[in-house]
Design a protein around this ligand. Structure first.
Ligand code: TEU
Length: 555
């Protein structure tokens, strides 16, 4: 099948179904709710949706724990609803990529249930069961997982444990077993044959593990990661999926590649190797923490952001393709983040949008980002549902060294900040549900909601609409090179994109004060493509001002 690389022209909207739109008043978003909002997505202008998991699941991790890969979680709807939604998207020129969670299943998946019931069942080898140390009193090794605790859970009072890099209801699949790989390929085929256009591959860099299962030197987080991140057979497995399934369709894959370096990423997306179409890198989300640990918050600095953006823009130029994002369901909201201030919500959101939309790659927008939804400002653990936050809170209780660090930042960095219900209008619960939402709505829905944003021509929504429009068939954004400008300026992030005789110059201020920017006089002569203020004042930039100029060079 010919690969058209359509994803390079896509703007992708992420839907977190639980929080998007509830059609039946049970407090949980659902697929009929999504169907009712397809015209909204069309109006925004996106041409692809990434749907977070809708498969059957006990929802310990809101669907990232799948118990049946071929059926829909009943509160979200039915397979018929799903097909209706897919058709509705395709009719509107919107593609759909599914979340593929195959590093682990739910512990309620029939494979795991069979494996538990009978140690001699072939399903036992679908997972990692290992004998504990000290006659089973201690886990097989000292590895610690993504939610802070040991990666091992004891099986009843036997001496065996099973591996789980995330919550204990998410046992890791054993990809060494060719039958597991066959099962995964069958799942991919099932959804592609239904007409989906690709997959966002959850924690795909964790699927291959070193097989020694020995303890490692303890570290503050993720002890043992050299054994389970970017494991020895990762590339082989991805190539196998691509060769046997993906390449038979015009489908794309974007890997969630936690802890991957630029070199790892280059190999993963190198078209010649036939592995993934794109990867998500997280370097920019670590510009406001220490050691890549989000609980260890650190003051944001523009220069750190400049450095990582440049690294990835140059690093994948002509040899790969970036995915671009500032929010998702695991990150807190970008309003008030990355050097912006919630008090300057509108200009700040538009500035960040400008900054990443002119980069090379495929931009993603997370539901609510396009209307400038804000963090939830939680004040009690009772308001928080997320398993990661609760696991972290437990760890804080148990570890007096980490306690002050975690407690200090937990409310602020909890993933639930991004999971409060989508704010559609100023009615009860922001129009998300007529019942009681599964998680509380953000109290500011009366002012911040989609209805208001659509009615207001200068809203963040309309700004995003413009950004999306500019990208359509734009060669400079798609093919141009990246040149960093004003490198030493601590408040201005500026770069140019250059293609043939055209140049775009993006200038973004991260200052709350008016700022005179030196050295841009020749740029100011260009045509202003977009700006978040009405009347730009020469070389004076207002708080969080963003401008993009187009210059045409004489041939
Ligand atoms: O996330 C993987 C992942 O690395 C995150 O858990 C990350 O460490 C954390 O959220 C940062 O705060 C994916 C999914 O996006 C996430 O929602 C799931 O919980 C996780 O995998 C397990 O499937």
């Amino acid at each position: 099948m010919k690969q058209t690389n359509w994803y390079k022209d896509a703007v992708i909207y992420q839907i977190y179904p639980r929080s998007f739109c509830d059609s039946n008043g049970d407090g949980v978003g659902d697929i009929p709710g999504i169907i009712s909002k397809l015209d909204y997505l069309k109006e925004l202008g996106v041409n692809c949706v990434w749907l977070s998991p809708v498969y059957n699941s006990p929802q310990e991790d809101n669907g990232y724990d799948i118990s049946d890969y071929r059926n829909i979680y009943p509160p979200f709807g039915t397979m018929d609803d799903f097909k209706k939604m897919l058709d509705g998207m395709h009719e509107r020129g919107i593609r759909l990529i599914m979340d593929l969670v195959v590093n682990h299943t739910s512990s309620e998946h029939v494979w795991f249930q069979e494996a538990l019931k009978d140690p001699s069942s072939p399903y036992r080898d679908y997972y990692y069961f290992k004998k504990g140390r000290k006659n089973g009193k201690k886990p097989p090794n000292n590895w610690s997982g993504f939610f802070g605790k040991s990666t091992w859970e004891r099986v009843g009072d036997s001496d065996e444990y099973y591996l789980h890099l995330f919550a204990k209801g998410q046992p890791d699949l054993n990809w060494e077993n060719y039958r597991v790989r066959q099962e995964v390929k069958d799942i991919l085929k099932f959804w592609l044959d239904l007409g989906v256009d690709g997959f966002r591959c959850d924690v795909i860099t964790l699927i291959s593990k070193k097989q020694d299962f020995k303890s490692r030197f303890p570290s503050l987080a993720l002890t043992g990661k050299d054994a389970f991140v970017n494991g020895p057979r990762l590339h082989e497995y991805l190539h196998e999926l691509n060769k046997d399934v993906i390449s038979n369709y015009d489908a794309m894959t974007v890997g969630e590649t936690v802890l991957s370096s630029l070199d790892d990423a280059r190999a993963l997306v190198d078209p010649k190797r036939e592995e993934l179409s794109m990867v998500f890198n997280f370097d920019h989300t670590d510009t406001d923490n220490y050691l890549g640990i989000k609980f260890l918050k650190r003051k944001f600095k523009v220069k750190r952001l400049k450095k990582v953006i440049k690294k990835w823009q140059l690093g994948l130029f002509n040899c790969g393709w970036n995915s671009l994002f500032i929010e998702n369901h695991d990150q807190r909201r970008s309003v008030g983040r990355f050097g912006t201030d919630e008090a300057y919500r509108e200009v700040g959101a538009k500035m960040l949008g400008t900054l990443y939309f002119f980069l090379q790659g495929t931009p993603f927008i997370y539901e609510g980002q396009e209307i400038g939804m804000t963090n939830a400002h939680f004040s009690s653990m009772d308001e928080i549902v997320d398993v990661e936050s609760h696991d972290m809170a437990k760890m804080a209780k148990a570890n007096f060294l980490l306690r002050p660090l975690i407690n200090k930042s937990l409310f602020e960095v909890s993933r639930d900040n991004a999971r409060t219900p989508m704010q559609w209008d100023d009615s009860k619960n922001g129009g998300f549900s007529s019942g009681t939402p599964w998680i509380r709505s953000n109290s500011n829905y009366q002012n911040i909601n989609a209805k208001e944003s659509i009615a207001n021509p200068t809203s963040i929504f309309h700004y995003y609409q413009k950004l999306i429009n500019i990208r359509k068939n734009d060669n400079v954004i798609k093919h141009g090179d990246y040149v960093e400008l004003l490198r030493h300026n601590r408040h201005i992030f500026a770069y140019s994109r250059n293609f043939e005789n055209e140049q775009y110059v993006v200038i973004c201020s991260f200052s709350k004060k008016d700022l005179k920017v030196k050295g841009i006089d020749s740029i100011l002569k260009g045509k202003l493509l977009i700006s978040n203020y009405d009347n730009p004042q020469g070389n004076t930039f207002k708080p969080y001002e963003a401008r993009v100029y187009k210059l045409v060079k004489e041939k």
